[in-house]
Design a protein around this ligand. Structure first.
Ligand code: BTN
Length: 326
């Protein structure tokens, strides 16, 4: 009910009377007063004036079901939305939910993670109050080999959402780092659970550096946030919602064809590695190649000096720029 009262207040510009809310939502005026107080405690600035009613002045930048619901299109997460002030890792929360039968398209979002994980066994710095950490639990009917393609869709969606909120061009470092002005602002960790050789779930975990200005020393040289790069504070629930919209649209289409063909050009336009030399680390050997772009399976096509092309699988290699992070 708190969620519905908030949505009602958000849908109106001026004051709304307690009577109107009561009639519209079928709740007593005393209950409304209690919900309004609960919202105020969460940081919502709500003006209450006798005989006029309530008016929402400002919403806090928090990660709650109510705040997300205000931005997310209806039905985009039919499996539900779980928000945590603090959790070990949203990918882990999603995995636990898989074990207890959670359904397709459930969102797990957190304000803080105590054991945020990155790719290649690294940790993901996840302090409270500034950034956003979320995982989308999917249960697609696709072949296990296709699961990593979902990461490519998530990277395109993250770049699009970041662009919308920053006004800056966002690039992708293959396969799934989102880069602004040469610094990483977002990372994606896609994990799959398999049962009897079939996909049980694909969990797309996204860590967005949104408003943070300081980073731990070990990542300070290459990590940044949208705010650090643009000076603009971004409302996190809105950014997450825009990501979800961008992702869902492409994911629907992907499920029909189980191919990245419709997205290859869009991805390659954002690919920061394109035309640049990359160092490929494979089984202890270092290879220097020129990156060309991805193919319709999301593999990176690279070319050697003789012009011979080959593809590189994510997970199989680490692609580094020759002169630093990108
Ligand atoms: C990377 O670039 O190394 C991937 C980082 C992925 C971080 C996100 S934050 C939400 C989700 N939960 C985790 O523990 N990791 C992912």
């Amino acid at each position: 009910m708190k969620e519905r009262i908030l949505a009602y207040l958000k849908s109106r510009d001026g004051f709304v009377s307690g009577q109107a809310i009561s009639e519209e939502l079928g709740v007593s005026r005393t209950a409304i007063w209690k919900y309004i107080n609960a919202l105020k405690k969460e940081g919502y600035e709500i003006e209450s004036v006798t005989r006029k009613g309530y008016r929402l002045l400002q919403s806090p930048d928090i990660i709650t079901k109510e705040e997300l619901a205000a931005f997310l299109p209806e039905g985009i997460f039919p499996g539900g939305i779980c928000c945590f002030p603090v959790v070990d890792s949203t990918n882990e929360a999603a995995k636990r939910a898989v074990a207890s039968g959670a359904s397709d398209r459930t969102l797990f979002a957190a304000d803080q993670q105590t054991a945020g994980r990155g790719r290649r066994g690294r940790s993901w710095s996840s302090p409270a109050g500034e950034d956003i950490f979320f995982s989308i639990l999917l249960r697609p009917d696709i072949r296990p080999e296709s699961a990593s393609m979902v990461t490519i869709l998530a990277a395109i969606a993250a770049a699009a959402a970041a662009k919308k909120h920053s006004g800056q061009t966002c690039m992708i470092k293959w396969p799934n780092d989102i880069v602004m002005h040469g610094r990483k602002i977002c990372g994606i960790l896609t994990e799959m659970t398999v049962e009897m050789d079939e996909i049980s779930s694909v969990i797309v975990g996204v860590g967005f550096n949104v408003n943070r200005l300081r980073f731990p020393e070990e990542i300070a040289d290459f990590a940044s946030s949208i705010r650090k790069e643009t000076g603009r504070r971004v409302r996190r629930a809105e950014l997450l919602s825009d990501f979800a919209v961008e992702f869902s649209r492409r994911y629907e289409r992907f499920l029909k064809e189980e191919s990245l063909a419709p997205f290859v050009d869009e991805y390659n336009r954002c690919l920061i590695n394109a035309g640049r030399q990359v160092k490929i680390l494979r089984k202890g050997e270092e290879l220097i190649r020129t990156a060309i772009g991805i193919n319709d399976r999301g593999e990176l096509i690279v070319r050697d000096e003789e012009g011979t092309e080959e593809t590189v699988l994510s997970g199989e290699v680490s692609v580094r720029g020759l002169y630093g992070y990108t």
